[in-house]
Design a protein around this ligand. Sequence first.
Ligand code: SF4
Length: 424
Amino acid sequence: MSSFTVITLGCPKNIVDSRHLIYYLKAQSFVYVEDFKKANFILINTCCFIDDAKEESIDEILTVAKFKEDKKLIVFGCLAKRYSEELKKQIPEIDAVFGLGEKEKVATYMKSFTKEKTFINSDNYNAEPASYRYLKIAEGCSRRCSFCIIPDIRGPFKSINPESILKEAEGFVKEGVKELILVAQDITQYGKDLKGYNLKNLIKDLSSLQGDFWIRLLYMYPTEIDEALIEVISEENKVVKYLDIPLQHSEDRILRLMGRRGTKKDYLKLIRRLRQAIPGVTLRTTFIVGFPTETEEEFQNLLDFIEEVHFDRLGAFIYSPQEGTKAYSLKNQIPQAIKKRRYHELMSKQALISLEKNRTLVGKDYDALIDYIDTNLAIARLYCHAPEVDGVVMLEDIKEAKVGDRVKVLITEAYEYDLKGVII
Ligand code: SF4
């Protein structure tokens, strides 16, 4: 018994955790297989960021439990860490539960059932296409946003040492990966626990690696973006001019209740500065709607803020109370129907903004990175698209192009989120 598969749910940080666990188990002589039917061990990497993510994780566990037969079902990740006892009690088909970072324990558990060798070859782990890789630069978070349980689950912020990040990045570039995507709960904290080395140094060092690749920065805390960081981002050619800065809300009272730093005035100033210093910059943000006590007026002000700023990309979450957080016990929780209505109102507004912005790209040409190919159709991204969360460019009649190719494309059509184009 020694083949295994991993099902990954949740965010890019989970993708990286799964990748590291797979590499580790392979190094321990286990065989990774994509097809769970061929696996002796099925591992599910869970998420519990919001209620929808919890439900998705539980549904996945229940689905696998139905088909598990004599396979061992192992659950790990955020949900497993948080609700280990409840999961074991309520889903008896689960054979073992592990917290984050317990790869040695997972391997020991698996070894205790491994009697014979499996004579099949390992498959490649394909959660990311050959064109890009997430590069996790830190673990955990030491902030205390009142709605968020992540610091309890993932522990305090800890930078990964620069040598191992650079080594991992170098390996990816050598494999032909064309985009490195820096992730952490908050990448702007990088280096706060290291001596004399910070995110700016890391960006410069990554940029100096030999090769033709993009660097993308995700999850930046707004009040930590200073002039020196803006300068590095605008000067380093490999860094795509795309910044993901979750703001969560625009109204000062709500931001304070959320335990977030900065005010609406600060955010507007930052956005003006970024647009002035980094011409053509794509700005992505996320907001939470229906936070406890959010009044209709405050929600309308958030819509006005979105209208004023015209974010290039925007994601929204419906607030869901997480046990153990400060916001959980706040009075005046907003009824679900109102939260949903606000969410749809906000997303409809953004859809119009996005369409308007996409239309300005028609007739222009850009470099595009090909992520997937299906017969004669390619799915590619421009610098202004992060994988999975933003739109894509659909390319027809792609001839010789391959996954991982950087091609020049002419944008021919615009939709709310996606674009159509041709290779020129
Ligand atoms: S910065 Fe705030 S929202 Fe992000 S992980 Fe840390 S506590 Fe959670």
